[in-house]
Design a protein around this ligand. Structure first.
Ligand SMILES: NC(=O)C1=CN([C@@H]2O[C@H](COP(=O)(O)OP(=O)(O)OC[C@H]3O[C@@H](n4cnc5c(N)ncnc54)[C@H](O)[C@@H]3O)[C@@H](O)[C@H]2O)[C@@H](O)CC1
Ligand SMILES: [K+]
Length: 511
């Protein structure tokens, strides 16, 4: 599914009106009707609605909603912000219709706040049709005062048309204040701000409304970003052939599991098996083999050179070259810990042509010299959380969080890698400039071990021969779905190992 910026939305809108010939007033009618249907679905009996309209086309949608609710027997009260002279032709048309029908309408000014408050308190629904994708810069008066009152006095629920007013469409920032919506009905498709904080926290439940722009037209116009879902990659998830054998499904080497962190490498390995890989080898510091061995049945184990502290390092195994071609892909990082002579260690591993997924301490080693990535031609996926991304960029977590899409895109492009920037919502960026957002974010995944599971899933898909883009996308989706399925009682109680158990059920959900 397409994910829109304000400009992409405007371009599609203009193209549909000017080139396809569907009049703007028809699109506005459709938008208003879809939002009204959503209100009536939630509140089928006539109730009380306060409709707040701004001076742009978002406000125009509000006039349509007012008329339709009024027609359905609702008690409506329309509060107008913005002047009639500046209304677009479509908005003015709908404003005049409301006038002729003698709907109760008032112009909101700060001194009228006290007359609005009782209406907000009595309303079953408050419709925010103040500002949509056309908002620019800090809110001008009286929007701030109005929004403050809505957030304070509303007792029923608030529905935002397209975006909660006060939220910047492209980056989710809020300069002053924003409407706290219970439901946001986004027209045509989702917008970036629905997934970027702080704006995303004001969206409530997100509903997408089709306003009659032909799908072919939307596809032709396209967007630079999309939402992650099975339709992006499911064609690669082929049924397991009865003629296949373990070698058909790839061999993954997972490097990690230093002293005290063996659980991490084990979880990655089991998650990889659950994702369908044929064979997993766990490479751990030599002294850890005796501890790890009895606790995992299916994986092959390989003891790696270690220093006097029992950490990886100093060198990679002498028979690395000869053994490395058995593996189809590598996952480096789960429970890796510190690596002595780490920069040289990671350099040698990155030099090869294995597809690699790097996580956790693997990323911290990479942070010593990220330019190593530029010499690689094989697929590479980085799965940093914001803290690891900040370390790679030598910046703060706050900066990373503020510019999530930009950071992921820039890194993917500069270093020719696929970046999976974790967090709500995970952003995936590929070297060719494409981006995806993971629309669902299971809170059950916010727990130790969760990243190791994701690394294992992605590693498995790389070992099965998937491209880095498809492996990252499918991996993130399967991980989240397994996280959701793992919640049998409370999302507080889910363990990373529960998530692993649910990978098979998540695969079953791919339609
Ligand atoms: N994209 C589409 O295909 C369609 C879009 N429609 C609606 O049109 C909206 C976009 O319409 P517009 O482009 O007219 O934009 P908006 O209605 O979102 O905002 C423009 C209005 O807000 C004012 N404004 C902008 N920044 C402000 C600020 N910081 N403080 C105070 N006032 C500010 C402008 O002066 C103008 O009056 C969408 O969000 C959607 O609701 C629908 O009518 C149907 C079709
Ligand atoms: K709005």
């Amino acid at each position: 599914m397409h994910l829109y910026t304000a400009q992409e939305m405007r371009d599609l809108d203009q193209y549909t009106i000017q080139e396809v010939g569907i009049p703007g007033v028809v699109l506005m009618e459709n938008a208003g009707r879809m939002v009204t249907e959503e209100i009536l679905r939630r509140h089928p009996h006539p109730g009380r609605a306060v409709i707040l309209t701004g001076g742009g086309n978002n406000g125009g949608d509000g006039f349509v909603i007012a008329r339709l609710l009024w027609g359905a027997g609702w008690d409506v009260s329309v509060w107008i912000t913005g002047t009639q002279e500046k209304m677009s032709a479509e908005t003015a048309t709908n404003y005049h219709v409301c006038r002729r029908l003698q709907l109760p309408m008032e112009h909101f000014t700060s001194d009228k706040g006290d007359s609005l408050s009782p209406l907000l308190q009595q309303a079953d629904v408050v419709v925010d049709a103040l500002l949509g994708t056309g908002v620019k810069g800090p809110l001008r008066p009286p929007y701030g005062a109005l929004i403050e009152r809505v957030n304070r006095d509303t007792k029923g629920w608030v529905l935002a048309v397209d975006t909660p007013s006060g939220v910047e469409t492209d980056n989710g920032s809020i300069e002053t204040i924003a409407i706290r919506a219970d439901v946001t009905v986004s027209l045509v498709g989702p917008k970036w701000c629905h997934y970027l904080r702080p704006g995303a926290e004001y969206v409530g439940e997100l509903v997408i409304a089709d306003i009659g722009i032909p799908k072919e037209v939307a596809r032709k116009m396209g967007t630079s970003a999309r939402l992650n879902g099975p339709e992006e990659w499911k064609e690669f998830f082929l049924p397991r052939s009865r003629w296949s054998h373990k070698g058909t499904h790839g061999h993954l080497l997972v490097l990690g599991g230093s002293k005290g962190m063996l659980g991490a490498v084990k979880m990655s390995g089991v998650a990889a098996y659950r994702t369908g890989v044929g064979l997993v080898t766990l490479g751990v510091p030599e002294s850890q083999l005796t501890t790890l061995g009895p606790s995992i049945t299916e994986a092959l184990l390989w003891g790696w050179p270690e220093d006097e502290l029992g950490q990886f390092g100093n060198d990679i195994p002498v028979d690395w070259r000869e053994r490395s071609n058995r593996f189809k892909a590598m996952a480096i990082g789960p429970g890796l810990g510190k690596v002595s002579n780490g920069q040289e260690w990671i350099r040698q591993l990155l030099q090869g042509d294995h597809p690699i997924v790097l996580d956790a301490d693997g990323l911290n080693l990479l942070a010593l010299d990220p330019s190593l990535l530029k010499e690689r031609s094989a697929p590479t996926i980085l799965t940093p959380h914001p803290g690891e991304m900040a370390r790679l960029l030598n910046t703060s977590v706050q900066e990373v969080e503020r510019f999530r899409p930009e950071v992921a895109k820039e890194w993917a492009h500069t270093y020719g890698v696929t970046v999976v920037l974790k967090g709500s919502h995970t952003v995936i960026a590929t070297p060719d400039g494409r981006q995806w957002v993971q629309p669902k974010a299971s809170p059950a995944l916010a727990k130790a071990g969760s990243g190791d599971v994701l690394t294992g899933i992605i590693g498995a898909l790389l070992a099965r021969g998937w491209t880095s883009a498809t492996a990252a996308l499918a991996g993130v989706w399967l991980h989240n779905s397994a996280g959701e399925l793992a919640v049998t009682s409370s999302s507080h109680s889910v363990l990373a190992t529960d998530v692993i158990q649910c990978i098979g059920d998540a695969i079953q959900l791919i339609d």
